[in-house]
Write a protein that binds this ligand. Structure first.
Ligand code: AMP
Ligand code: GLY
Length: 436
């Protein structure tokens, strides 16, 4: 089986790591990839959104399966273009990827499918949006309707914050055309969990849940990021909750998408709030989460490749996956300046020493090789240091022991990944200082 993974972050490194272990794999490519992925796959500098070049590469190299890491190529029609070229693609069509690409579409589908979610309204007129938030009161959530690189959401604690968000998104257009309309939502309160299910258009197979840490600072403070760390499983997410989420959120959504003639294939990522009223959908994404994917791959015991093929071929109904009962935890190491403008080019040493620790896996996210071969930071989130253990505490200790071996003065991480599940857990002494 000849496989092409699209993307070049920590999520794609984890996917390549899992795929590389498959006995079915004969050749693995990743575009554009990164220096960590290059140890497992042949990397070629094609952009993840250059659909024509991606499909051309897959055709020329007789690729059997294209695996899309990020959402952008999917919303641009990668799966449709692969289908037209007769190549399997793990990931939804552009029409089905609207579940992530448009927040209003996601909410319409959720309502039509009877999925529990926050009450919402969509506005194209800022004055009407302002009148609505005044009527509803704070706290309230204001979202740019389109894709805004994970930055288009403001959980406003006051009316003034909500009105400022409407002005920024709709009038100043800080997220460009993604802010042509806004979705305004009821603010949900509870524990937030990321849940993943493989889908083949008709059937869905539950994967696992993980908890992300979106804020940059210790104790969930500071600005939002793409994710500063994750662990799996979150103790609050019981098997009974998983079954409820499959029955009330995932399967009704799949049915509704199929009814609309845009069946969903790929991985459906449900951002959930575990409220006092049961699990509610915050949003769907149409790809694995980063760094949740790293936490999941560390626990997957079955071969990933046949599962992705079953999702493409409509054969998930008869499929099962096995998982380690172990816990996994991933600490993201980011470059100084993140989530603002990260400082690029600082040298990273000690990865070999970190990787020698048992149960540790270091994934590259935003790294590059300098001309002299040195490994340097080349992005915001730079490394994802993962570990497994028989308990969450053991996984956490192992991950932070590995972080402690990484010699990178230009980077930082949160010292408290997993703290919500490990009540009373002290910040790890091995972690570098909090964000500067
Ligand atoms: P997103 O960029 O859509 O992932 O949203 C960013 C974050 O905003 C989510 O992870 C939640 O923590 C928060 N959020 C989004 N919608 C709501 C909501 N309706 N109620 C409370 N928090 C929300
Ligand atoms: N970690 C959240 C995301 O990938 O969107």
């Amino acid at each position: 089986m000849r496989v092409l993974v699209v993307g070049g972050g920590g999520r794609e490194h984890a996917l390549c790591w899992a795929l590389a272990a498959s006995p079915l794999l004969t050749k693995l490519w990743c575009v554009p990839g990164n220096p960590g992925i290059a140890e497992l796959a042949e990397c070629t500098p094609i952009g993840a959104t250059d659909i024509a070049a991606l499909v051309g590469f897959a055709t020329d190299n007789k690729v059997d399966l294209v695996v899309a890491g990020p959402e952008a190529p999917l919303t641009l029609g990668l799966a449709d273009a692969c289908a037209a070229a007769g190549i399997r693609c793990f990931g939804p069509s552009a029409a089905a990827a609207c579940l992530e690409g448009s927040k209003a579409f996601c909410k319409e589908v959720a309502d039509a499918a009877g999925v529990p979610t926050a009450a919402w309204r969509r506005f194209e007129d800022p004055a009407a949006a302002r009148a609505y938030v005044r009527e509803r009161g704070a706290p309230i959530v204001v979202k740019a309707d389109g894709l805004a690189a994970g930055k288009g959401v403001v959980v406003a604690q006051t009316l003034a914050e909500a009105e400022a968000a409407i002005a920024d998104i709709m009038e100043t257009r800080v997220h460009g055309e993604a802010g042509a309309s806004v979705v305004i939502e009821e603010c949900l309160v509870g524990e937030e969990v990321s849940f993943f299910a493989l889908c083949d258009g008709a059937a869905a197979l539950p994967l696992q849940a993980a908890q992300d840490h979106k804020r940059v600072g210790v104790g969930d403070t500071g600005p939002n990021t793409g994710g500063m760390g994750a662990y799996s499983p979150p103790p609050a997410f019981t098997d009974a909750l998983r079954d409820e989420v499959m029955a009330r959120i995932i399967r009704p959504t799949l049915d509704e998408m199929a009814r609309r003639g845009t069946p969903f294939r790929g991985v459906l990522f449900a951002g959930l709030m575990l409220t006092g009223d049961g699990p509610k959908l915050i949003e769907f994404n149409v790809r694995f989460g980063d760094p949740e994917c790293q936490a999941l791959m560390l626990r997957l015991r079955s071969d990933l490749l046949p599962a992705l093929l079953a999702a493409c071929d409509g054969e998930l109904a008869r499929f099962d996956l096995r998982w380690e009962t172990d816990h996994s935890l991933v600490v993201v190491m980011a470059a100084e300046g993140y989530p603002g403008t990260p400082r690029r080019g600082s040298e990273i040493r000690g990865l070999e020493a970190a990787a020698q620790l048992p149960r540790v896996q270091v994934f590259h996210a935003g790294t590059a090789r300098r001309e002299d071969g040195a490994l340097v930071a080349d992005g915001g989130r730079v490394l994802a240091v993962g570990a497994t253990g028989p308990t969450l505490q053991a996984a956490r200790d192992a991950a932070y022991a590995a972080v402690g071996r990484i010699d990178w003065p230009g980077g930082f991480c949160r010292s408290d990944i997993g703290y919500r599940a490990l009540s009373g857990a002290a910040p790890s002494p091995a972690a570098p200082a909090a964000p500067r």
